[in-house]
Design a protein around this ligand. Structure first.
Ligand SMILES: [Ca+2]
Ligand SMILES: [Ca+2]
Length: 473
């Protein structure tokens, strides 16, 4: 362009000139002329060259990471760039837009990539909104095989078999699918083909609810929960807490204002006349009690008059964890129809033991998980219940001195009575609080015909006093 760059020797070719301004406009004309013969000349043109805004991506790498437990894997993307003109880049995986990210995130690791159907996965990154500023590469897809272990009784696949698994059996009740090659409910990992159906909430395959592997979801699968109750094969994932307010239907224990030592009954209430439950299909919850007050092995839960069973059938399960003072309870319909209502949904039976010095008892509901047939949550408000207990034994009476021996016994029990105390009647209850028989013999009673277990004697004296004694038979 009219500027002389000097003299050069033919022997030095090729020669390098510059730098030239790459402003995207200028066209450079180069002329060479032989020094000895000015008629020997030639020329060429270069440009325009746009260096100032040219965006480029280079050194792109895409490195897959380890497989996760659910069969997905992570991918780390990194690259260098020049003149991006934008703070973001777009990521395409196998020809599909995946997401966009700030360049400042590089190197970027993405979790949860699904296994690829092709062995070589194509990755394309482009600076966001800048045309033709892209780079691509391929990586070898890791083979993340999910070894989908079915543990009989863990129908919700959270790592443990327990009460909450009943809900999935209720939701999928009656569904049929392929049988497992090896059926059975022993606590070990089973493998089986996927079923056509999945649960809506977490896309869990129905095969996990077919606990015994016989190809149908029904009562047989509840047996697996019963048998393997409380067993786990990995750290159990807790049941997510459901939010509820006072405006939601309550769940609570209906305790009388005061109950004496001995067997008692309380309804587990769900909803009230003012705030009934619109629609519910199944629920699981815990009842927490003081194991110093209520004998853990005396607790029983029945569902005979539950309004949840209205117009249909229910499955239920209850398990007392004595050391924790917790009863785990689940109940579900099986007909795929919600039911609405309020009132008693279960009956709680226990025996209050030796409560001298304890004036009140609190029973709380915990960890409520309630669903409709479409798996949508039903918010329920947990109300604690409280009652006065032990009014009948606040002052030691003459009857307190009654001794029963031998304990344990295999048949006969005898009584050592304080001066002036006579026995009017003895009622014998089993550990579930069920009356076994009544004895009017004030000197001895025979348990020989009863099954081995724990029994409670309610001893009533001629003076009308009542005391309880726990017997191991
Ligand atoms: Ca489970
Ligand atoms: Ca089954």
């Amino acid at each position: 362009n009219g500027m002389n760059y000097g003299l050069f020797n033919y022997a030095d070719l090729p020669i390098t000139l510059g730098l030239f301004e790459g402003d995207g406009v200028t066209v450079y004309e180069f002329i060479i002329t032989d020094v000895a013969d000015p008629t020997c000349s030639n020329f060429t043109e270069l440009g325009p060259v746009d260096c100032s805004t040219e965006c480029s991506i280079f050194d792109l790498t895409a490195t897959p990471g380890d497989c996760a437990a659910d069969g997905t894997y992570s991918l780390t993307i990194d690259f260098d760039y020049q003149n991006p003109g934008n703070d973001f880049f777009d990521l395409y995986i196998d020809g599909t837009f995946y997401d966009y990210y700030p360049l400042s995130d590089l190197p970027l690791t993405i979790d949860g990539l699904e296994p690829s159907p092709v062995p070589l996965v194509h990755v394309l990154v482009c600076i966001n909104d800048v045309p033709n500023c892209c780079e691509d590469t391929n990586y070898e897809a890791p083979s993340c095989v999910v070894f989908e272990e079915i543990w009989p009784g863990d129908a919700n696949r959270n790592g443990e078999a327990n009460y909450d698994d009943l809900l999935n059996i209720g939701l999928a009740y009656g569904a049929e699918g392929p049988e497992r090659p090896l059926q059975g409910i022993d606590w070990e990992a089973h493998v089986g083909p996927d079923w056509p159906q999945n649960f809506a909430t977490d896309a869990l395959n129905y095969k996990f609810a077919d606990c015994n592997g016989d190809g149908i979801i029904n009562e047989g699968d509840v047996e697996a929960i019963e048998q393997n109750y409380g067993l786990s094969y990995s750290e159990p994932i807790p049941i997510p807490a459901q939010e509820a307010t006072e405006n939601d239907p309550p769940i609570y224990l209906s305790l009388p204002p005061a109950i004496p030592n001995g067997p008692f009954e309380a309804d587990v209430m769900l909803g009230t006349e003012d705030i009934p439950v619109d629609a519910i299909y199944g629920l699981s919850f815990k009842v927490q009690f003081d194991p110093q007050v209520i004998m853990p092995n005396s607790i029983d839960v029945t569902f005979d008059d539950s309004w949840l069973a209205a117009g249909g059938q229910v499955l239920s399960i209850d398990r007392t964890l004595a050391a924790e003072g917790v009863v785990e309870i689940a109940i579900t319909r099986i007909d795929h129809n919600d039911v609405g209502g309020y009132g008693a949904m279960a009956n709680f039976i226990g025996i209050i033991d030796d409560v001298l010095g304890k004036g009140e008892m609190q029973i709380s509901i915990l960890d409520v998980h309630a669903l409709r047939a479409d798996e949508s949550p039903v918010p329920l408000f947990k109300m604690p219940a409280q009652t006065d207990i032990s009014t009948s034994v606040q002052t030691p009476s003459a009857a307190e001195g009654i001794k029963v021996f031998p304990n344990p016994t295999s048949d006969w029990l005898y009584f050592d009575l304080p001066q002036g105390v006579e026995i009017e009647r003895i009622r014998i209850y089993d550990a579930q609080g069920r009356l076994q028989f009544v004895s009017l013999d004030g000197s001895r009673v025979n348990l020989g015909h009863l099954p081995k277990g724990i029994y409670f004697l309610q001893i009533e004296t001629r003076a009308g006093e009542v005391v309880y004694r726990k017997i191991v038979h």
